[in-house]
Write a protein that binds this ligand. Structure first.
Ligand SMILES: NC(=O)c1ccc[n+]([C@@H]2O[C@H](COP(=O)([O-])OP(=O)(O)OC[C@H]3O[C@@H](n4cnc5c(N)ncnc54)[C@H](OP(=O)(O)O)[C@@H]3O)[C@@H](O)[C@H]2O)c1
Length: 293
């Protein structure tokens, strides 16, 4: 892959596409999915404690026989584990499950400031996962203290070399302004839901202005994007697939997409996006789909 890395604000190189693992099962089949992804060329794997599959991800990595230094592994601190001590314990448990000595990127999964009614809008698969690893009853009241003390713990782990880069997920400008004004290590990544139909323009602008790489999760709208007429039109025009158009849009904006695929053909297709560019006009047409101004 050409131009295959971005550089984070601490100098760490990060592969431009990650393999997403939400819903990859924590069993032999899940490990095989991760090994296959690595075999077809992914070097960046995105998991999370709450996905419940860190053991399978670790097994898949070991089965690939690839050298550790060639890989970039991200995992995330779940909401229920926020707080100084809890973060340290949760991080060590993630390392144990992955059977790694360090992770390349550790993210705070969410500011955990949503109200119960906002949480009710979660998809069924998200709810099922969260039911198994619940969030504290009312995180809205104390989200700032929880996040700030987690960041302190993560900063110490970073200085110990157990984490190579630090970041957050689902953070908006107001969260950044509140949490990171007076901290010694600034976030390097913000992972948000991001595809042409779902953009948070203010958040993306904030990330850019603060040298924070924006990672794009659900780049295919969790599989719902494939029937959008404009995507299909552009796929035909460029002789590419819808997934490749969506990933190219992400890369053309300097985002870091995290496609998930269970099928090997999909995995390969999603990496094969470095041989074309979208025209500025077509990027604008895609940008105009955004529904979340
Ligand atoms: N930080 C967060 O809060 C957060 C939230 C959600 C997701 N994420 C991360 O982002 C990753 C990706 O997001 P996602 O899992 O929500 O969904 P997604 O990547 O938008 O979509 C995955 C779906 O697209 C299908 N697909 C993939 N490549 C395809 C292709 N080339 N042609 C046709 N279909 C294709 C997959 O099918 P097959 O599996 O059948 O191949 C799967 O059904 C997650 O796995 C996770 O790592 C993070």
């Amino acid at each position: 892959m050409e131009n295959e890395h971005y550089t984070l604000n601490n100098g760490t190189k990060i592969p431009k596409i990650a393999f997403g693992t939400w819903l990859v099962p924590n069993n032999e089949a899940g490990a095989q999915t991760v090994t296959t992804a690595l075999t077809v060329g992914y070097r960046h794997i995105d998991t999370a404690a709450v996905y419940g599959n860190e053991e399978a991800v670790g097994q898949g990595i070991r089965n690939s026989k690839l050298p550790r230094e060639d890989l970039f592994i991200t995992t995330k601190l779940w909401n229920a584990d926020q707080g100084y001590q809890k973060t340290k314990i949760a991080f060590e448990k993630s390392l144990e499950r992955l059977q790694l000595d360090y992770v390349d990127l550790y993210l705070i999964h969410s500011p955990a400031d949503r109200t119960p009614s906002e949480r009710e809008q979660d998809t069924e698969s998200w709810q099922a996962m969260v039911d198994e690893y619940p969030t504290p009853d009312n995180p809205v009241d104390n989200w700032f203290e929880n996040v700030a003390s987690s960041w302190q713990a993560m900063t110490e782990l970073y200085h110990e070399g157990k984490i190579k880069a630090l970041g957050v997920s689902n953070f908006y400008p107001a969260h950044f302004e509140r949490v990171f004004k007076n901290v010694s290590v600034q976030p390097m990544v913000n992972q948000i839901r991001l595809n042409p139909s779902q953009v948070l323009p203010e958040t993306v602008k904030y990330d850019d202005a603060h040298q924070i790489i924006t990672e794009a999760y659900s780049p295919f709208g969790q599989g719902r994007s494939f029937k959008v007429p404009l995507y299909q039109e552009l796929a035909a025009k460029y002789h590419k697939t819808v997934s490749q158009i969506l990933l190219r849009w992400s890369l053309d904006h300097q985002y870091l997409p995290l496609p998930k695929a269970g099928h090997e053909a999909h995995m390969r297709e999603n990496l094969n996006v470095f041989d074309f560019d979208l025209t500025p006009e077509d990027i604008s047409r895609l940008d105009s789909l955004n529904t979340k101004k």
